[in-house]
Design a protein around this ligand. Structure first.
Ligand code: CP
Ligand code: NVA
Length: 308
């Protein structure tokens, strides 16, 4: 059975912790090396990752490509629209063909069931590079960034402010697996997905739901937000007005712990979900977070290949 990474629970808490440790070690070991030079042990030498994109991407696309280069392998980018998928070839057949030609598949798509369908028919690992349901790879990079900045994950108080979206769902899933707490400050009608709230609570995480951004952020160790309009939701009527009180600005950040970190998966919309002042502040670690997508992907790929 191939090891799929469609959601964080596919790996579990111990494996995610191992990924974070592996990423820290490998990142340190290659400090100062040219970005595309393979790591000394090149653990995925000769391997190729096929990446299917049905949505735009900068970080996920480049970080998986760089991750494969650093692991000694390579990656192919397939724009779904220009493949036979775009002309109606089934996901099942595409999965079987790519399994003969590549060693792993990453898919970014809208409906999560498409990633599941791909995984059902592939004989190589399938990795979720974002769906409307979740963004598990992002959260491995986020937790890596938090640890790198000196914070322990168990017991961490993470405040989410804004839209109850796919990224928040994966944060909640991680919370249950790695025992940290989440305060979600979201407007009415944009609350987190109940399934993920339950997952977090079942894992022993304390989840606080509030429509008050200040209550969410008070004494938090980490403050996280994301775009108010996710890909595919461009026509959501009335959403921006509902989100306006949930902007992460200097006044809101002042309610978090003085050494709180600010995270954002990017791309950011300054003046909407975050002010330029917070985004550019010393508390903001968003570019470490973006760079860490490479190091996190490497550990996810190694786990998928049963090397972790
Ligand atoms: N954070 C993230 O997934 O970025 P991209 O959409 O650029 O891949
Ligand atoms: N929630 C955003 C994340 C982008 C990386 C989206 O789905 O568009």
């Amino acid at each position: 059975m191939a090891r799929n990474f469609l959601d964080l629970s596919d790996a579990g808490g111990d494996a995610i912790a191992a990924m974070i440790n592996d990423a820290i070690d490998r990142k340190a070991a290659r400090a100062g090396m040219p970005k595309a030079q393979p790591d000394a042990d090149a653990p995925l030498a000769g391997h190729v990752l096929a990446m299917i994109f049905e949505k735009n991407s900068t970080r996920t696309r480049v970080s998986f490509d760089m991750a494969m280069r650093q692991l000694g392998g390579s990656a192919l980018v397939l724009d779904a629209a220009s493949t036979q998928l775009g002309r109606g070839e089934s996901l099942a057949d595409t999965a079987r063909v790519l399994s003969r030609m590549a060693d792993a598949i990453m898919i970014r798509t809208d409906d999560h069931s498409k990633a599941e369908e791909m995984a059902r028919h592939a004989t190589v690992p399938v990795i979720n590079g974002l769906t409307d349901r979740s963004h598990p790879c992002q959260i491995v990079a986020d937790l890596l960034t938090v640890v790198e900045h000196g914070k322990a994950i168990p017991g961490l108080e993470v405040a989410w402010v804004g839209d109850g979206n796919n990224v928040l769902s994966s944060i909640l899933e991680a919370a249950g697996l790695l025992k940290f707490n989440v305060r979600a400050g979201t407007p009415e009608g944009y609350e987190p997905e109940p399934e993920f709230i339950e997952l977090a609570r079942a894992g022993g995480s304390t989840v606080t739901l509030t429509a008050d951004a200040v209550e969410a952020v008070r004494d938090a160790d980490v403050v996280v937000t994301d775009t108010w309009v996710s890909m595919g939701q461009e026509h959501a009527v009335g959403k921006l007005a509902a989100m306006a009180p949930f902007q992460v600005n200097e006044a809101l950040m002042a309610h978090a712990k003085p050494d709180a970190l600010f995270l954002h998966c990017l791309p950011a919309h300054l003046g909407d979900e975050v002010t330029e002042g917070v985004f550019e502040s010393a508390q903001s670690v968003v570019f470490d977070e973006a760079e860490n997508r490479i190091h996190a992907q490497k550990s996810i790929l190694r786990w998928a290949h049963q090397q972790l």
